[in-house]
Design a protein around this ligand. Structure first.
Ligand code: ACO
Length: 322
């Protein structure tokens, strides 16, 4: 049996920090409201000349170093992002070039906040079928570029960053299962209603910003993530107590706590970075994973449940032995 095993993780956050108190100067909000409703205290924001690929490169280099891998070892590159540097080439191709990786498949995945979970599930299929042996998977975002900084409903929520993993073929588990879903009928609840084929001039005039019906998204996220926990455990005939760590998408501490309650998981076994990073979309799960691995909290052999929910709607989980 061939498994996909995490060989190393990496993360990168831009230097600039935007606190809730900074936001109080920009929109009609308060530190108290933001902490109470979301758990967020600060977020990192990319410099004007810093792109998604710049963040991805730093996270990727750290993951490669942690895994002891060189460019020539890697035979698949996937970047999950909603905020690519260019329309094309893909950010994965730009990153491949920066890292000196040659010839292998490289592509972006667009599943908004679920992007990294999608990318990991895709890489698992490449590796288990023998199409790849060692993959670089990155979730990277400069979400600050699509935030309307005058809209208090959304601007307090998001941040920039990148997280990466190197996964490789192994006879030891490994990813146990991945579960990927989407339902496009909810597209209008969370969207950036601008794009290439609907007209770039319109984009230049009006801007392209995140629009969210927060309350409806919140309710859907809580129920859907509860269902994915049941689906993942049921598929593997496992119990809640078999999970050592929950590594959730970092959108809102109240959504994270609801999923933890569903798992009967004490919060000291839930990786939380939303307070420090805000919602970094596709970067949030790999950043949280990297933080917990580097701090020594997550140990080899432990069972991890990664889950995410985002625009689309998309949602998914990956269950793995670290
Ligand atoms: N500061 C102060 N007050 C605010 C702010 C703010 N930043 N934002 C909204 N309010 C006000 C509202 O105007 C409203 O006022 P009103 O009662 O006078 O009308 C009040 O606070 C309550 O607003 P709600 O939207 O009901 O607040 P809620 O408790 O739902 O929290 C939040 C809003 C934090 C956005 C929450 O709904 C949420 O987290 N939603 C889910 C986000 C998410 O998970 N997104 C998915 C991933 S993102 C992706 O895929 C890109």
């Amino acid at each position: 049996m061939k498994y996909t095993r995490i060989a190393g993780t990496g993360g990168f956050l831009p230097e600039k920090v935007l606190t809730n108190h900074d936001l109080e100067e920009m929109v009609d909000t308060s530190d108290e409201w933001i902490v109470d409703r979301t758990g967020i205290r600060k977020r990192h924001i990319a410099a004007d000349d810093e792109t998604t690929c710049d963040l991805a490169e730093q996270a990727a280099r750290r993951a490669m170093s942690a895994a002891g891998k060189e460019a020539h070892d890697i035979d698949l590159v996937i970047v999950a992002t909603t905020t690519p540097d260019q329309i094309f080439p893909s950010t994965a191709c730009l990153l491949q070039q920066r890292l000196g990786i040659r010839g292998c498949a490289a592509f972006d995945v667009q599943a908004v906040c679920t992007g990294f979970v999608y990318a990991l599930g895709i890489a698992d299929n490449f590796i288990r079928t023998g199409s790849a042996r060692c993959a670089l998977i990155v979730g990277a975002e400069t979400l600050s570029r699509i935030v309307d900084w005058t809209d208090r409903d959304t601007c307090v929520l998001f941040g920039d960053g990148a997280g990466a993993v190197i996964v490789e073929a192994s006879s030891e588990p490994g990813i146990i299962s991945s579960h990927l879903h989407a339902d496009g009928k909810y597209a209008e609840l969370l969207q950036v209603p601008a794009g290439v084929s609907s007209g770039l001039s319109q984009l230049a005039d009006a801007g392209a910003f995140i629009e969210m019906r927060g309350n409806e998204v919140f309710k859907m996220a809580v129920t859907t993530l509860g269902r994915i926990v049941d689906e993942t455990l049921g598929h593997n005939g496992m119990n809640k107590s078999d999970i050592d760590w929950l590594i959730p998408h970092q959108a809102n501490i109240r959504i994270i706590k609801a999923t933890a309650r569903k798992l009967r998981m004490p919060m000291d076994h839930v990786v939380v970075t939303v307070d420090e990073h805000g919602n970094t979309s596709a970067a949030s799960v790999p950043l949280a994973l990297d933080e917990a691995v580097r701090s020594g909290r997550i140990k080899r052999g432990e069972t991890l449940l990664l889950e995410a929910f985002g625009g689309g709607f998309t949602w998914g989980s990956v269950l793995l032995k670290y």
